[in-house]
Ligand binder design. Sequence first.
Ligand SMILES: Cc1ncc(COP(=O)(O)O)c(C=O)c1O
Length: 407
Amino acid sequence: MVVCFVVARWPNLIDRTVNRELDIIYLDNAASTWPKPPGVAEATARMIAECAAGPGRGTHRMALAAGRVLLETRSRLATLFGIRNPSDIAFTANCSEALNLAIKGFVRPGDHVVTTTLEHNSVRRPLAELERKYGIRTTYVKADREGNLDLKAFEAAFLPNTTLAVCTHASNLLGSVLPVADMAAIVRRHGARLLVDAAQTAGARPIDVEAEGIDMLAFAGHKGLFGPQGTGGLYVHPDIVLEPLVHGGTGSQSENSDMPDVRPDRYEGGTPNVPGIAGLGEGIRYVIEQTPEAIRDKEYGLTAMMMDGLAGIPGVRLLGPGPGKDRAGIVSFVAEGVESAELAFLLDRQYGIAVRAGYHCTPLAHETAGTAETGAVRASVSCMNTPDDVKALIGAVGEIVTSKRRA
Ligand SMILES: Cc1ncc(COP(=O)(O)O)c(C=O)c1O
């Protein structure tokens, strides 16, 4: 019965959500970007239609062609992030898996980890799991309400047994951007390594792992890199050896019961998402053509406009860094007299505007911002958005909040 219902409704759902003609204003890009640039959907579909073989698992033409797609996308990632050897990048299903691979693969019993109160649950939960299982210790350095981190407090958190520091590059709630190069210098001084969660920044601003001293970089493919969902990856510095997260088929060294030492095979057990990675390759091509600098500047312009407009609505309080300060393309806010979930619901149903309400998988950042009780509404742009999208949001929030305050 349930299955029939889902199947019967499915075509409508697709029509409503993927057709730009139907007037959806999509401002939930921090979750997954949409729309994707030209070529992404085509490349994904083409792999399914024409080249669905297992890469690295055969010598026939189709398997080799699939392998070339992985290599091409890996090489584009390396170009984008200033990585010398593309094999130091492992594909994962998303940023959460990349963070799990890095954290669980690196941290050992007895270790201490330094992190921040801006982290996503995809950092907090694997750390909590290691605390429970192996008694590792974690220090959460407190950011201020706007999402800024005091570097002196960060440095003071290091202990003799600190082996890893983990930080988000940009808060997925507050949009604040952390100074990763300065943090990397501190981490190095203490003989530890730095893992950066670039879920909100990969593709949307310049990142150079060598210049910035980043030892591991976890990223989502489906956000600022414009790939399909089910894609992501982890860069691992050549002198770091992680325990694999998945033990299984790699198509290499099959006689060996351990995972191979060779990269990226060591970290890529099982058949990868070749169609998704083909689409990701097209997304990265687009980012490289546009340049991350130009994308950052466009998003910043839209974000500044959004902040300006929302701040002018009586009863609306913006979270995160104030006007003129650096931030990712994220504006979260609370409105007096309207619950966040209701506001997001009305924006969708009455105005066709997609935003995200609730806790955004980061209760730590909500505590930091003082919104642990209320949650917040988050509107997030990509470089595909326009000033008209932002104007529509400001107008709709104004109408909803004003009518609720009158009621
Ligand atoms: C800062 C941050 N880290 C990690 C993640 C998890 O990313 P994914 O959904 O690709 O697993 C997100 C997702 O929104 C995020 O914003």
